[in-house]
Design a protein around this ligand. Sequence first.
Ligand code: PMP
Length: 434
Amino acid sequence: TSSSAALFDIACEHIPGGVNSTARATWSGWSPHPLFVEQGRGSRLTDVDGNTYIDYLLGLGPMILGHRPPAVTRAVVDFIERRGTVFALPTADEAVLAAKIVAAVPSVEQVRLANTGTEAVLYATRLARAFTGRSKIIRFEGMYHGFSDGMYWSKHPSIATAGPDARPVPVPQGPGLPSGVERNLIILPWNDADILADVLAREGDDIAAIITEPVMCNTGCILPQPGYLEAMRALTEKHGVLLIFDEVITGFRLGLGGAQARFGIRPDLSVFAKGLGGGFPVAAVGGRRAVMDLVARGKVSMAGTYTANGIAVAAANAALDELARPGTYERLEAVSTCLRDGLSAIFAKAAIPAYVEGIGALLQVWFSDTPIRNYRDAERHADQDIFRRWWEGMLARGVLFHPGAYENLFISTAHSFEDVEATLAAANDVVSRL
Ligand code: PMP
């Protein structure tokens, strides 16, 4: 047995399921045990059994600068050695970081820090409900906005509470969670402006906000249909509904200004995490001054012992400085395009229907003969069985993707063209045997 297998047995004794919740979400269960990580460096990950992988999982996305990015590591070590671990009191660095985020993201006029994407989403919906005095939130099938009771899905939902396929009563999304009704959620299929217009026309006066990923990432990478985000912006303005972009994955990844800069849309509120901390836990919610000002006026509260702690802030300041270096996103784009084009060429020649969708440092292979525009399409058309064989084949050849048919592949600034070449060689081999 491998060391991973042995460690898994030991872990099961004291950790229910043998892995923490994030590792659980990452590990598909396709193998009898997850791989236990020894260390990461740059684009590479090594497990306790001595296997090294080219890593496109990147800790579910935060390691946008690769593993152990020197500038971030130095900033954190320096902070701890010189200043200790400052919690719960302000540091000058916090104001510096806030100014950097405001400068980077077009729609963000003020920003508050948090520890996780989940918390930042919670703050965003709280702000929206307080600002509008309304209670309902529209969200979309197949998106993920964190693990709070108010937003969590135990699985990707295949339900809609409005629109043509609506079910009359929203089903609870798992034991231990309040139902959709209690959570004041309206759940819609994504990439369909007509349904959205319909629901807003009927219920707009009760709706505080729409929350969306600007690029669908939690049902794998799916781009918005041309005009969809624009329609969403126009409709929300018409009905006095706030538009929240959940840029936890897209933020600081599709560019310093996130997806919103790329698509030229200004949401009212935005949520960031993952890439912001270069691997350390830090998140942010930001947006229009008029909305954010509710916090200053004591109308909306935010808290957290570890919020804006010195280590996280030092990491984020260093990560943003690294990302802001000239040429960073051009190079990310070039490496990513090289991988995307290479994979597309391999699948174009293959006997199986598949295509690659991607934007910037995000991409995904869809095993489908039909273009996938939202979660329903994915459920109907994406071939999970072929995906699994593809994933296992790549892992056996030292390439680690997220073991989920509906998950992205992330590219870091540490990935090289040599990594891409090695990945394509492995892909060629695997695809010829699928
Ligand atoms: N929103 C999106 C779009 C996410 O992808 C995630 C995490 N995968 C979250 C929110 C929650 O972030 P966290 O895990 O930091 O709580």
